[in-house]
Design a protein around this ligand. Structure first.
Ligand code: ADP
Ligand code: MG
Length: 235
């Protein structure tokens, strides 16, 4: 439902940090954007969400051009991003954070969604009264994802959700990602760990210095000698 074509953009006029990118989420439940630090992954996501100082190209959501819309309008149309470094409200409780995510919903729908997220993340139910900023990194990441899911997004964008987390928690996050799509949300995952990003997605784009160097079905990319050599340390 989300399709981005010929996307260029950046922070200073004329200086493109992403240049000529395209993605088409219509074919896959999970699509990943892979690449090393500084490749332009976060900038691309910001561009999709209307948060890049300048950009050109087309972003189409459910047949509608959204690339000229304000960030809150793009969000209202169902694109939710969980940013790098998360960003829950640290002084609010778990439950309050989730209610912020469901802002504008009727009380009945809010209660249903809250229950759904507590079922998805039993740990958050146990800690519903806990101040978010006091929780572990993994719990905060789960809270950030649950908060985004409260609005029933069409597209959920996860920017390096495993960053800074212990390996066992990283495993849990990667197990969770395909499960999220059962509710019809399409996931756009950004990941530095190319191997993991490919394993969890159906389609992927590898970007280097703002340009797509490889793209296609993740299964094919996993077998591609260039990927194996440059990103997986195999040959
Ligand atoms: N707020 C900003 N202002 C100016 N340049 C930025 C800003 N954020 C990122 N950049 C630059 O854009 C390029 C891509 O960065 P980024 O999108 O954060 O990469 P990634 O998420 O792949 O690590 C880098 O050269 C970075 O220095
Ligand atoms: Mg980034």
């Amino acid at each position: 439902m989300l399709k981005v074509s010929n996307f260029r953009g950046g922070y200073r006029k004329g200086v493109a940090v992403v240049d000529g990118l395209q993605i088409d989420l219509r074919q896959s439940a999970v699509t990943s954007i892979l690449g090393s630090n500084g490749a332009g992954k976060t900038s691309f996501l910001r561009g999709i969400c209307g948060l890049l100082p300048w950009c050109t190209g087309e972003v189409v959501l459910n047949g509608e051009r959204v690339d000229r819309l304000a960030p809150h309008d793009i969000a209202r149309l169902g694109v939710r991003m969980v940013s790098e470094g998360r960003g829950t409200f640290p002084t609010l409780t778990v439950e309050e954070n989730l209610k912020v995510g469901g802002y504008g919903l009727s009380a009945a729908v809010l209660a249903t969604r809250l229950e759904r997220e507590f079922n998805r993340f039993p740990r958050l139910r146990e800690r519903r009264g806990q101040i978010a900023g006091m929780m572990s990194g993994g719990e905060q990441q789960m809270l950030a994802i649950a908060r985004a899911m409260m609005s029933d997004p069409r597209v959920l964008i996860l920017d390096e959700p495993s960053q800074g987390l212990a390996p066992i928690i990283v495993d849990q996050i990667f197990e969770l990602i395909p499960r999220l799509t059962r509710e019809g949300v399409q996931v756009l995952l950004v990941e530095q760990d190319v191997g993991r990003g490919l394993e969890v997605s159906e389609q992927a784009v590898v970007i280097e210095k703002g340009r797509a160097t490889l793209s296609g079905p993740s299964r094919e990319l996993l077998a591609d000698p260039r990927v194996r050599e440059s990103f997986l340390g195999l040959s």
